[in-house]
Write a protein that binds this ligand. Structure first.
Ligand code: KG4
Ligand code: ZN
Length: 358
């Protein structure tokens, strides 16, 4: 089955063609980072306008790169939730029009659940021979700019959220910590790079690792972010004034702060993942795989620690390849294929929904 995927939930306009749910024939992503850079964040109205301009060229490019004509498409999948409403509407309208005019099935896909799928994608030509092991029951972990959540996955139609952040998402905390350190936007990758610089001491600061209540599978990153703020600028006076600014930092201290922050953030993820595995095992749902995706899973330390966790527990890790960590449409087409195979369909009244269902 050849599925055209469309993704416009935030600030990337993306289209992809995926065969059999795993073989990525093309994946085109038009990023709007340059448009939002001066605001250090995504401006919704600018994002939707840019999607309107890019959607047709991006779809055309995905089809042409895949060498697939519209007539060869078996279904259209679109990320219809969650996201910025104006942005989602552009992709949903395009997908509906294409599916309706081609007389092909349409399927709406949850963007966050699609991130969980991204570790199962393979690029041509290896994909054609790649065996697809049974991954269920699985534990899912999404770490992005907007989400840090754990899931129990019994099938692609039975995904239960086990916990999530009660304040900042990990990627968001990285972005804010980077701003506190004076690093340029986008902060997450820049903080990661700095933390990896030679000589960086990840134990220079004993930053807090939130555990929350015993057994909790929720995350919290705001305490870590505040600890970073105070380490850089000092504890504020009663009048809210700080003694120092990030301009006072030396290169060495900036590097050590980044490495210590990254160590604490990754530890928080591994602590909760360990708990989730223990709880699922106790409930008789011993996970066969851990499915991980989302923009912040591009983090070098988190990737290394996840591989180590997989080795130590013997649970297979299906970690999103770097190119599918960030928002893309291949993950939408892949999960869309699985949903269609299981008999699910959307109709032309498919809605764009800003919030997530799980
Ligand atoms: O999944 P994504 O593209 O957008 C959302 O759906 O949220 O994730 C973007 C987030 C940003 O917060 C970015 O700073 C973070 O992922 N990120 C990273 C790294 N690369 C991207 N965070 C930490 N380390 C990285 N290497
Ligand atoms: Zn995303």
């Amino acid at each position: 089955m050849i599925v055209l995927g469309i993704e416009t939930s935030c600030d990337e306009t993306a289209a992809a063609v995926v065969d059999g749910g795993v073989r990525v024939l093309s994946s085109v992503v038009a990023s709007q980072h340059e448009l939002h850079r001066e605001y250090a964040g995504v401006v919704p109205e600018i994002a939707s306008r840019a999607h309107v301009e890019s959607i047709l060229p991006v779809v055309r490019e995905a089809l042409s790169e895949a060498g697939v004509g519209l007539g060869m498409i078996d279904a259209v999948a679109v990320g219809n939730r969650p996201g910025l409403i104006g942005s989602l509407l552009v992709g949903v309208s395009a997908a509906k029009s294409l599916a309706w005019s081609l007389g092909k099935p349409l399927i709406g896909v949850d963007h966050v659940q699609a991130h969980l799928y991204s570790g199962l994608l393979v690029d041509e030509p290896q994909g054609s021979a790649a065996p697809q092991p049974d991954v269920f029951p699985a534990i899912g972990l999404v770490v992005s700019g907007g989400h840090t959540s754990l899931y129990s996955i019994e099938s692609w139609r039975a995904i239960t959220r086990l916990g999530g952040t009660i304040d900042d998402a990990m990627g968001e905390a990285f972005d804010k910590a980077a701003t506190i350190l004076g690093l340029p936007y986008p902060g997450g990758p820049n903080l990661d790079r700095l933390a990896q610089s030679p000589g960086a001491n990840d134990r220079a600061h004993d930053f807090p690792v939130s555990r929350l209540a015993p057994g909790s599978l929720d995350f919290s990153f705001s305490g870590l972010k505040t600890a970073m703020l105070y380490a850089v600028r000092g504890v504020p006076t009663e009048r809210g004034e700080y003694a120092r600014s990030n301009a006072d930092l030396t290169n060495e201290s900036r590097r050590d702060l980044a490495a210590s922050f990254q160590r604490a953030a990754c530890k928080a993820i591994i602590v909760k993942l360990t708990r989730a595995v223990e709880q699922q095992r106790a409930a008789g749902k011993a996970p066969r795989a851990i499915l991980v995706g989302g923009g912040a899973t591009a983090n070098s330390r988190l990737r290394a620690e996840l591989h180590e966790f997989s080795r130590a527990t013997g649970i297979t890790l299906r970690l999103s390849p770097m190119r599918y960590c960030m928002d893309n449409a291949a993950m939408i087409a892949g999960l869309g294929t699985r949903l269609i195979e299981s008999g699910q369909r959307s109709t032309v009244d498919l809605q764009a929904v800003p919030t997530t269902a799980v």
